[in-house]
Design a protein around this ligand. Structure first.
Ligand SMILES: [Zn+2]
Length: 80
């Protein structure tokens, strides 16, 4: 399965971010959400309600690509 053409769209600002960000954490224009992805995994940071893709792909389908966040990462994302 390929995730390279998947995009995540923020419901708040309408900004779209490709799932494959080459492991660069990329936030949307309003900063409500961010995506960190590559060919092997995709992390979607932010409120699930803000992302249409969560509904399209199904949250479980996305979650299985998520490696566990470290404590430091969680604190970083919460501070965004
Ligand atoms: Zn946004």
């Amino acid at each position: 399965m390929s995730i390279t053409e998947t995009t995540y769209k923020c419901k708040k600002c309408g900004d779209e971010i490709p799932a494959n960000t080459n492991k660069n954490l990329t936030s949307c224009k309003c900063g409500a959400s961010a995506v960190d992805g590559c060919a092997d995994y995709v992390r979607v940071i932010g409120d699930r309600e803000d992302w249409k893709q969560w509904e399209v792909a199904g949250a479980e389908d996305v979650v299985k690509h998520l490696p566990p966040l470290t404590k430091e990462e969680v604190e970083h994302y919460e501070g965004l």
